[in-house]
Design a protein around this ligand. Structure first.
Ligand code: NA7
Length: 553
């Protein structure tokens, strides 16, 4: 983390020499999928921009999450950038759902190909951003004391980048090795013969557990609430398949543009009750046997909206779990009882349930025997003390708003974004907030991109934001800020879009829930549920009307 690039070193030196802080038209915080593409567009249009990244290299999510089993749940060929035909044609994905190291290589390739690295600075953890009304600039202060100023500040800081540990006593006391999955070491961790604990059974825990079950000595999973998992059905992409994919990219991206989530999977626009039972069951069997999110996002439209329809499919999936887990008692523990299928993010798995058929894998339901503390040698529940060599915390994130809360944004009149969002995010289009001029929150809370196949959503957000900056340049505007009424209307609309969806009552990161963060142990309106096509139309309308809802000066 102290690994600061030569470029940043040089810049800092230059800044010192001139006895002034480094200044740019635009500062982008974050060199992940979003920040990389934003930088590309800014440079393409001649803006003077720099990216400040906390890590020692590019990649964001794919830089940090190095845990065993980390991979896409999006089809690889729908996750890559679509803006460059040359890039699409030269890159070969090796698997239908690429593993983390490959995605990281892909992003490094993009950065090298478009020569973006000279405009990026690493080892830059931002502490505080302050808007100055007199000069109409932002000053970004890094944790190491350096400062950079800019006219426009953009955040590309991720939705799942503020990792949270459980608040158990003794977390710091454990004498073995322990990691949150997000802060995984760069060198491989040797699990051979080790006694390993995994806490957490979300999408991440499910990937880790499946990946290490046959590598460890003993694996003990501490489960609070199980999730409805479904098979990923990953496999290698053959040369012929890759050639076919390359010839069909237009069609693939056109399909992604049609669906609410920006995936190739979109709902069947028919109630399941209109379909004869036999036909419905055959369709569900087909979905369960097919790769990717189809089982969740390509299902009958009422499955995620109607309790009765949801209950039908939930029963179908529960039976699948019972059929895959040998011990009926363990199977029942792995079947969620507090929420229906698809109302929380569905973890995609590869032989996850079969892991529990192994003699070396043990499931502890911490509702029955709560964890009381982490000890120097392991974990003590109300029933017994367990000894471990390694503890893996797959305990998730302070999602969507957490990455903003970790740094300070001080806007007009000294008001902070944290104060403004204390009761939940208040934004205009998820791209800005009133009282914070010239701050553009690419993929911020309640933006359409936050609930999509991420690159599909952010490409649109970046392109739209680029046109906004060009509009400002054309008109000589130096200040942009969402108006308060526009922000109120958008925030109300976001709330309305939760209504009618079964997910709106489920406690998950998609409703801003995190038991480990004060004030976030309740449902909050943090994502946009209106779907990508509706969001795209809205953005287009705003632009056509001269960026209505923003004030310019
Ligand atoms: P998630 O989906 O938020 O899952 C976190 C898991 O950790 C979940 O099973 C939690 O149980 C569990 N958890 C959290 N805190 C505790 C404590 N204190 N004690 C025990 N268990 C706990 O995060 P992931 O990293 O798996 O996935 C995040 C997203 O990343 C994923 O959806 C993909 O989009 C990529 P709970 O369910 O809250 O009872």
């Amino acid at each position: 983390m102290s690994d600061i690039s030569t470029v940043s070193g040089r810049r800092a030196e230059q800044a010192d020499q001139a006895d002034q802080i480094e200044h740019h038209d635009v500062v982008v915080i974050g060199a992940g999928v979003c920040g990389i593409f934003m930088l590309y567009r800014l440079l393409e249009h001649g803006f003077d921009a720099t990216v400040l990244e906390a890590g020692s290299d590019v990649g964001g999510t794919w830089y940090w999450n190095r845990y065993p089993g980390a991979r896409f749940d999006s089809e690889s060929y729908t996750y890559g950038y679509s803006f460059s035909e040359e890039l699409l044609q030269e890159w070969n994905w090796s698997e239908h759902f690429a593993p983390q190291p490959e995605t990281l290589r892909y992003l490094q390739h993009v950065v090298a190909k478009f020569d973006l690295r000279p405009h990026m600075q690493f080892g830059c953890r931002v502490a505080r951003n302050t808007y100055d009304e007199a000069s109409n600039t932002w000053t970004v202060e890094l944790q190491d004391g350096r400062r950079v100023s800019c006219r426009v500040l953009m955040t590309a800081i991720g939705l799942l980048s503020a990792a949270t540990l459980p608040r158990y006593p003794g977390v710091e006391s454990f004498a073995g090795r322990s990691f949150h999955t997000y802060n995984w070491p760069h060198e491989p961790v040797d699990f051979t013969g080790k006694r390993v604990a995994v806490i957490g059974t979300g999408a991440t825990g499910v990937q880790v557990i499946s990946a290490i079950a046959d590598r460890v000595g003993e694996l003990t999973v501490f489960q609070r609430r199980p999730n409805w998992c479904a098979p990923l059905h990953n496999r290698p992409i053959t040369e012929a398949e890759m050639a076919d994919i390359k010839s069909r990219y237009d069609e693939i991206f056109a399909r992604c543009r049609e669906t609410p989530g920006g995936f190739i999977h979109g709902p069947v626009r028919q109630s399941m009750f209109e379909v004869p039972e036999e036909e419905r069951l055959a369709f569900w069997e087909e979905l369960y046997a097919s790769p990717g999110f189809g089982v969740w996002l390509g299902n009958y439209i009422d499955m995620l909206m109607d309790e009765r329809a949801n209950a039908e499919f939930t029963r179908f999936i529960a039976d699948k779990i019972r059929a895959r887990v040998n011990d009926p008692e363990v199977a029942e523990k792995l079947i969620p009882k507090d929420h229906g299928f698809g109302t929380r993010r569905v973890p995609m798995e590869t032989r996850y349930f079969e892991a529990y058929n192994r003699d070396n894998v043990h499931l502890v339901d911490i509702n029955e025997t709560p964890i009381e503390e982490i000890t120097p040698t392991g974990i003590r529940t109300s029933a017994q003390a367990y000894e471990f060599d390694i503890i893996v915390y797959a305990t998730g994130f302070d999602a969507i708003t957490g990455s903003f809360d970790r740094m300070e944004f001080v806007g007009v009149g000294g008001r902070t974004l944290r104060e403004k969002w204390a009761e939940g995010p208040v934004t205009y289009l998820g791209l800005g907030a009133s009282g914070f001029p010239n701050l553009l929150t690419l993929a911020g809370p309640t933006a359409g991109s936050v609930s999509t196949n991420f690159p599909r959503g952010i490409e649109e957000a970046v392109d739209w934001t680029t046109r906004l900056l060009l509009f400002m340049r054309e008109h000589g505007y130096e200040r942009i800020e969402p108006t308060a009424p526009a922000e109120r209307e958008w925030t109300d609309h976001v709330k309305e879009m939760y209504a009618g969806l079964l997910l709106s009552n489920a406690r998950s990161w998609m409703t801003g829930y995190n038991s480990n963060v004060e004030g976030h142990d309740r449902v909050r309106h943090v994502i946009y549920n209106g779907g990508a096509p509706r969001f795209r139309k809205r953005l287009a309308r705003v632009a056509e009307h001269g960026y209505e809802g923003f004030s310019f000066a």
